[in-house]
Design a protein around this ligand. Sequence first.
Ligand code: SF4
Ligand code: SF4
Length: 158
Amino acid sequence: MISKRNERRLRKKQRLESWKGRQCGECTACCTVLGVTELEKPAFTPCQHCDAGCKIYPQRPKTCQTYSCSWKVGALPEEYHPLKCGVIIDTTNPLGAHTVREVYPGSSGTWRARQVIDFLSSQVVTIVVRGEQDRSILGPPAAVRQFMQQVHKRVSQD
Ligand code: SF4
Ligand code: SF4
């Protein structure tokens, strides 16, 4: 007889397994929202190679080859697909923060985006990026303090 706890664990494992192997499909949100150094493409600017998919897919830069949002890697439920919730979430920040980027202006204020931002920022440092010059750092106060100390340390080392 399987205990309730093990049953919950099993269900969670099955759910995570079913989220693996996701494909971007028609989504090309990160081709606009993210900056691509190799192409000198700024963030929040459509990529010149994007046309219902990547026109240079086999030769796309390393930045593109290595990027996957948290939805794609199966860390988030279906409703947090970037085109459904209006934000792209990832864990690429070198200091371990979660980053939430708007897919279109104001999209981080929609209820579904707010829901995930509120959840993440109650647990971990969460950077909300609303444009090249507009970002907020949210999270538990002690975690944000520690994060800012690490940022300042890095900046002073550069
Ligand atoms: S935002 Fe995520 S789902 Fe959309 S194209 Fe980029 S990696 Fe794929
Ligand atoms: S090179 Fe391709 S994958 Fe990279 S941002 Fe442009 S369209 Fe997207």
